[in-house]
Write a new protein. Structure first.
Length: 85
């Protein structure tokens, strides 16, 4: 029996535009679970609060300093993260 395949070329914005709110939330949840995006607020919040904004700003700044931290500082960061995982 012959084997057929079909390819459909869909742009990401086309897919997102056609998704329902539930489907968009599932997509966001999947991206967060895979570690591809960071969720800075709960799904029910409309926008992040001031503490979340400050936290994410500090984390973003820290991520740019990778080459400037000492081994001990890097280890302290790793220890802190592993404490909560």
């Amino acid at each position: 029996m012959p084997d057929f395949t079909t390819e459909i070329d869909i742009e990401p914005h086309e897919y997102v535009y056609e998704c329902s709110k539930r489907e968009l939330q599932e997509l966001i949840d999947e991206l967060v679970e895979k570690g591809l995006v960071v969720q800075i607020s709960t799904p029910h919040e409309k926008k992040p609060n001031l503490l979340e904004i400050e936290w994410m700003s500090n984390i973003a700044k820290l991520s740019t300093l990778r080459q400037r931290v000492t081994f001990e500082e890097e280890q302290a960061i790793k220890d802190l993260v592993s404490k909560y995982l």
